[in-house]
Write a protein that binds this ligand. Structure first.
Ligand SMILES: [Fe+2]
Ligand SMILES: [Fe+2]
Length: 288
């Protein structure tokens, strides 16, 4: 297990991002790159642009077939939303075609991720944060380290899942207790290597750390959304949907009504889940 960090340092273990996505990341760092430059690069990547148009024309945005080009998508949704969406789609595609095993059902895992994304939108709305679309992508990608953990150290990963289920405690707590290199750090290494935007890297690295979340709104929203998604049993992160007392207390403090049956909160999450169906279709087919 100790060598997972060094294996991550071995670049050959890390899947490369498509060139078009590298370009989008460059554009996020470099304000000189224009929407026109991005449009050209993305339009040439047939797989990416067709996935992008599929999402844009789905119930998620509600344009229902009216958007026919990348340029049009940028005009309608804004440059920043499209860039984030591309990152979400690219990582999902790369990570989506990992095989399930009897103990780690990838479909349930992705449902957990879409659940955290959808819940994050509702949490952000309730807390008065505007960038709902960004929060969805942060939620979708927050547990990316788990997929890589599973790919690189399958036996150790499955053992941790078993222990979490047997002890009825959250997975991250078992990782912490054993002093392992956790999925949050694996995700951090991966996203740093890919030069992902800093806010996204922080979410991946600290989404189980409330102390960081108190001063970082993105981390805070995903922390809460992850706990709520476990409480509502939306999907399953492979380790059972256990929450600890501390998590429970914080959620109840901030959203006292959320856990009541038929609460508005729950209904809003369900609506968001329905809208996000297109992501589920993309992931269910192994990112194809
Ligand atoms: Fe996590
Ligand atoms: Fe999670």
């Amino acid at each position: 297990m100790a060598d997972i960090r060094s294996r991550l340092r071995d670049v050959s273990q890390i899947p490369p991002l498509p060139e078009s996505v590298e370009y989008v990341l460059k554009a996020m760092r470099d304000p000189q790159v224009s929407a026109k430059d991005i449009t050209e690069v993305i339009s040439k990547d047939v797989a990416m642009s067709s996935k992008l148009l599929k999402v844009v024309n789905s119930a998620y945005y509600g344009y229902r077939g009216n958007i026919t080009s990348v340029t049009h998508a940028i005009v309608m949704l804004g440059f920043s939303t499209v860039k984030n969406l591309i990152l979400g789609l690219a990582v999902s595609s790369l990570m989506g075609n990992v095989e399930s095993s009897s103990e780690f059902d990838l479909k349930e895992f992705w449902l957990h991720c879409i659940g955290v994304g959808s819940t994050a939108k509702v949490v952000a709305r309730k807390m008065g944060f505007r960038e709902e679309e960004e929060f969805f992508i942060y939620g979708l990608l927050h547990d990316v380290g788990k997929i890589l953990f599973y790919q690189l150290e399958r036996d150790s990963f499955l053992e941790l899942l078993r222990d979490a289920r047997a002890e009825e405690r959250p997975f991250w707590q078992i990782e912490l207790e054993r002093g392992l290199f956790p999925h949050t750090s694996i995700g951090y290494e991966l996203f740093t290597f890919w030069k992902m935007p800093e806010r996204l890297v922080n979410v991946v690295a600290y989404h189980h750390d409330w102390e960081v979340g108190e001063n970082d709104k993105e981390v805070k929203v995903i922390w809460l959304a992850d706990v709520l998604t476990r409480m509502f049993s939306i999907g399953e992160n492979g380790a059972g949907n256990f929450v600890d007392d501390n998590e429970m207390v914080r959620v109840r403090e901030l959203f006292p009504d959320a856990l009541e049956e038929d609460s508005d909160f729950r209904r809003e999450i369900e609506e968001e889940m329905n809208k996000a169906e297109v992501f589920w279709e993309i992931l269910r087919r192994g990112g194809a």
